[in-house]
Design a protein around this ligand. Structure first.
Ligand code: DGL
Length: 282
């Protein structure tokens, strides 16, 4: 620690959980998929709400945040991490996969694979950082060079979700503006390139034509995680601990928002992440 102290964690390590993280409540769309496909796994959820949104951050900042979160998750003795954040997957996954001793999965390749199997005219909605990285377009074109990809940065969507404005007419008009170029390009498949966006599905589905396919990359990432847990002999066969939620911002804010998607009151603790030094990363 550069300030000489080690942060006080409000949680105690519980070996064998799966760690997932996002800047905020976007990761809950991944958590639902884990509940569906891996019901016996215990999950440690981290939401970096004090530093959200990630989508307007620089690649260096995102890499630093991801290293901090993974270092904390290593201290919590997780057995695997799924990045429940496309921005982190686009900008940091390849680097951090070689730095930690547990498997780390991202959303971009699984999402690109699912879309390339489904279509030749693919729209991607994502944060500015993810669009600027070109990660989805590169991954799709590597898998299927004949696919056409249109990417749109949707910076206001994250704040609409985090501020619980999904039902407001404002959300609909912002979505209409963002989706206009994709309507013009006649996409038939849309990738939710940010984990916050599946929360906006009812709004987006009112604007795009019926018959449009929607790809939630979390579905194939969790399938890949299940395969990897089996291959490593790490899959849980009976349920253990309830999901533990930790956030870097005020706990009550996350709790208030999460309750409507989880259908119950989550237990949320506010924590401080470790400050990284060269020795913490070595
Ligand atoms: N939900 C995250 C993603 O998938 C981050 C959104 C943000 O904080 O800008 O990219």
């Amino acid at each position: 620690m550069s300030d000489g102290s080690y942060p006080q964690y409000a949680v105690t390590p519980k070996p064998g959980r799966i760690g997932i993280f996002d800047s905020g409540v976007g990761g809950l769309t991944v958590l639902s998929e884990i509940y569906r496909q891996l019901p016996n796994e215990s999950v440690l959820y981290f939401g970096d709400t004090a530093r959200l949104p990630y989508g307007s951050r620089s690649p260096e900042e995102i890499l630093y945040f991801v290293r901090q979160i993974l270092t904390w998750m290593a201290d919590q003795q997780v057995k695997m991490v799924m990045m429940a954040c496309n921005t982190s997957s686009a900008l940091a996954l390849d680097i951090v996969q070689t730095e930690f001793c547990f498997p780390i999965l991202g959303l971009i390749r699984p999402g690109a694979q699912a879309a390339a199997l489904a279509s030749k005219r693919i729209g991607v909605i994502a944060t500015a950082a993810t669009v600027n990285s070109n990660a989805y377009a590169n991954a799709i074109q590597e898998l299927a060079p004949d696919c056409q990809v249109w990417q749109v940065g949707c910076p206001d969507f994250v704040s609409i979700v985090e501020n619980n404005q999904i039902q407001d007419p404002y959300a609909h008009s912002v979505a209409q503006t963002y989706l206009r170029p994709l309507l013009r390009s006649e996409i038939d498949t849309l990738i939710y390139g940010c984990t916050h966006y599946p929360h906006l599905a009812p709004v987006l589905k009112r604007i795009l034509p019926p018959g449009t396919r929607y790809i939630n990359p979390a579905v194939s990432m969790v399938t890949a995680a299940a395969r990897e847990l089996d291959a490593l002999g790490l899959r849980n066969t009976s349920p253990t601990w309830p999901t533990e939620f930790c956030v870097s911002g005020p706990a009550h804010q996350f709790q208030r928002l999460a309750i409507q998607w989880l259908g119950r009151q989550p237990r949320v603790s506010q924590i401080n992440l470790p400050t990284l030094t060269a020795s913490r990363l070595a």
